[in-house]
Ligand binder design. Structure first.
Ligand code: G
Ligand code: MN
Length: 269
C-alpha cells in the first residue's frame, strides 16, 4: 500500500462525497476541465473532467493517490456516482453542442451503474450524447463479455464511450476484439515528440493502420506543441487534447471567468 492508512482520509472522503459539501464555494472534491478540440476547425467539442481533491487537513492529494484511497475504502461506487452528478450539473455551464467526459474504470462499469447514469441524465433533461464515458484500460474488467454488453447498451442509449490511454494497458487488443467504441484516445506516450522522433512516428503509423478498421474516431492525448499537432494532422488524426489547447482548469476559466448558462435545454425525450 503506497499510502499510510489514516482513518481521517476515510472520514474526509465520506464528507467530501456528500452532495451538500459539493455545493460549498470551495469544496474539497472538485472537477478540472480540459478541452477536447477538433484541430481542423479549432472548435472545443467538449471537456474531460478530471478529479481534484484538496483537503483542508491534508492539502492537495495527488489524483493517483486519491484513487488508491477511494479503492482502499471501497468508495469507488460513491465516487463514480458523485462524478456523474457533478458532470451532469456542469453541462448547464457549457454550450449545448459540447460534452463532458468522465473517467470510469472498466471494473466499475456494470449494467446497474450504466442504467443509473442514463436515468440521471434523462431526469436532468440533457441529450445523453453530451455525457461521454472514458474507460481506463489499466485494470481489466471482471468480464469482457459483460463489459461489452454494458458498452453496447450505453452506446444504444446515445451515451458516447471512449477507450482511454490506448496502448498502455496489458489488454489493449482484447478491448478491441470484444467491443466497439465511439472514440479511441491514443496515449500521450505515442504522441509526445512525434514530430521529431521517427521511430515514434512509425509506431503510431502502425497503430493507426490497426485502428482504422475499428471505425472509432481517434483523439490524440497530451499534445503540447504545434509540431506534434501538425504531424498528427498529417497522419489523419483530427481530435486532440493537451496543454497546447488548454490545461485542466475550472470551467469559468475556459469561459473568461463568466460561465455560459445554456440558453435552452438541449433535448427533451
Ligand atoms: O489519460 P487521461 O485522458 O485521463 O489523461 C489525463 C491526464 O493527463 C491528466 O492528469 C492531465 O493533467 C494530463 N495531461 C493532459 N494534457 C497533458 C499534456 O499535454 N501533457 C502532459 N504531460 N500531461 C497532460
Ligand atoms: Mn481520460
Amino acid at each position: 500500500m503506497a499510502f499510510i492508512v489514516n482513518t481521517n482520509y476515510h472520514n474526509a472522503l465520506v464528507e467530501a462525497l456528500n452532495p451538500q459539501t459539493s455545493m460549498q464555494t470551495t469544496p474539497p472534491l472538485s472537477l478540472s476541465f480540459q478541452p477536447q478540440v477538433d484541430m481542423k476547425s479549432g472548435r472545443v467539442l467538449g471537456y474531460e473532467a478530471l478529479l481534484r481533491w484538496f483537503d483542508p487537513l491534508f492539502g492537495a492529494i495527488h489524483p493517483e493517490k486519491c484513487i488508491e484511497i477511494v479503492n482502499f475504502y471501497n468508495l469507488t461506487h460513491s465516487l463514480n456516482q458523485w462524478l456523474v452528478m457533478e458532470a451532469i450539473r456542469h453541462l448547464a455551464y457549457i454550450h449545448t453542442d459540447q460534452h463532458i467526459a468522465i473517467n470510469i474504470c472498466a471494473k466499475a462499469l456494470d449494467m446497474s451503474f450504466a442504467q443509473d447514469l442514463f436515468k440521471n441524465i434523462i431526469n436532468a433533461k440533457y441529450d445523453p450524447s453530451r455525457l461521454h464515458i472514458e474507460i481506463t484500460e489499466h485494470k481489466a474488467p471482471k468480464s469482457f463479455i459483460e463489459l461489452s454488453k454494458t458498452v453496447t447498451w450505453l452506446r444504444r442509449q446515445g451515451i458516447k464511450v471512449a477507450l482511454d490511454d490506448f496502448g498502455t494497458g496489458n489488454a489493449t487488443m482484447k478491448y478491441l476484439t470484444y467491443m466497439d467504441f465511439d472514440t479511441i484516445k491514443i496515449d500521450k506516450s505515442y504522441v509526445q515528440g512525434i514530430d521529431v522522433d521517427s521511430s515514434k512516428k512509425l509506431t503510431l503509423g502502425c497503430l493507426l493502420n490497426l485502428l482504422e478498421a475499428s471505425g472509432a474516431t481517434l483523439l490524440a492525448e497530451g499534445v503540447e506543441t504545434e509540431g506534434e499537432a501538425e504531424t498528427l494532422n498529417d497522419m489523419g488524426i483530427q481530435l486532440a487534447q493537451g496543454y497546447l489547447f488548454g490545461r485542466p482548469q475550472s470551467l469559468s476559466h475556459h469561459f473568461d471567468k463568466t460561465p455560459k448558462k445554456a440558453a435552452t435545454v438541449s433535448r427533451l425525450f
